[in-house]
Design a protein around this ligand. Structure first.
Ligand code: VGL
Ligand code: ZN
Length: 196
């Protein structure tokens, strides 16, 4: 069984959003058009409470600075994907009707969650692993935003959990600050993620 996992195609990650990823909107229609080739379609939604610990404003620090948290280093982001805000909604062009599951992440105010599988402590599960196992899904294709953060962290966790993993890099766009894209691509190759 094969699943398509669409990462964070939300207004705040598209041009005009609070943490806009350049060209983020370009991938939406092609993502819609490949949904029919998968047994399962899963959407993730970054979903932070006000004052989330990953927001620079919560610490009165600069956007994109790095802070040591109890679970390791954390990039501090502009406020984004606040629960219920228009920025947190899926982009209106994304076909959400086809989704079998929507998984929300980053809701715990003390810890961020880039990966669709685990929070940034690399331990606390979101439940996605159990869902995929229960449905007999073995092969995963990742697309969405952003290549170097939520897509890469999700794909790396999936590979370590022994799924057969592909990332369709043409249907992803990156934040790419300080070499983060190159680093993410190298790590994915090391973990035998198939980059297409
Ligand atoms: C993401 C930074 C913060 C992402 C989410 O979807 O890649 N990046 N929150
Ligand atoms: Zn976030």
């Amino acid at each position: 069984m094969r699943a398509l996992i669409v990462i964070d195609v939300q207004n705040d990650f598209c041009p005009g959003g609070k943490l806009a990823v350049s060209g983020g909107h370009e991938i939406i229609e092609p993502i819609n058009s490949i949904m029919e080739y998968f047994d399962d379609v899963i959407l993730t939604q970054d979903w932070h409470p006000h004052g989330h610990s990953s927001f620079a404003s919560s610490h009165k620090l600069e956007n994109f600075s790095i802070m040591d948290m109890y679970y390791g280093e954390q990039v501090l982001w502009p406020d984004h994907c606040v629960q219920g805000s228009s920025g947190a909604m899926f982009h209106e062009k994304l076909n959400t009707l086809r989704a079998d599951l929507v998984i929300r992440k980053g809701s715990n105010s003390k810890i961020d969650s880039y990966s669709a599988f685990f929070e940034n402590d690399k331990k606390t599960p979101t439940g996605l692993h159990g869902y995929l196992n229960a449905r007999g899904v073995t092969d995963l294709t990742f697309v969405g935003l952003a290549t170097d953060y939520c897509v890469a962290y999700s794909a790396l966790d999936a590979a370590r959990l022994n799924f057969k993993v592909s990332v369709d890099t043409g249907l992803c766009r990156a934040i790419d600050a300080d070499g983060s894209l190159e680093k993410a691509l190298t790590e994915m190759k090391l973990e035998k993620v198939n980059l297409i």
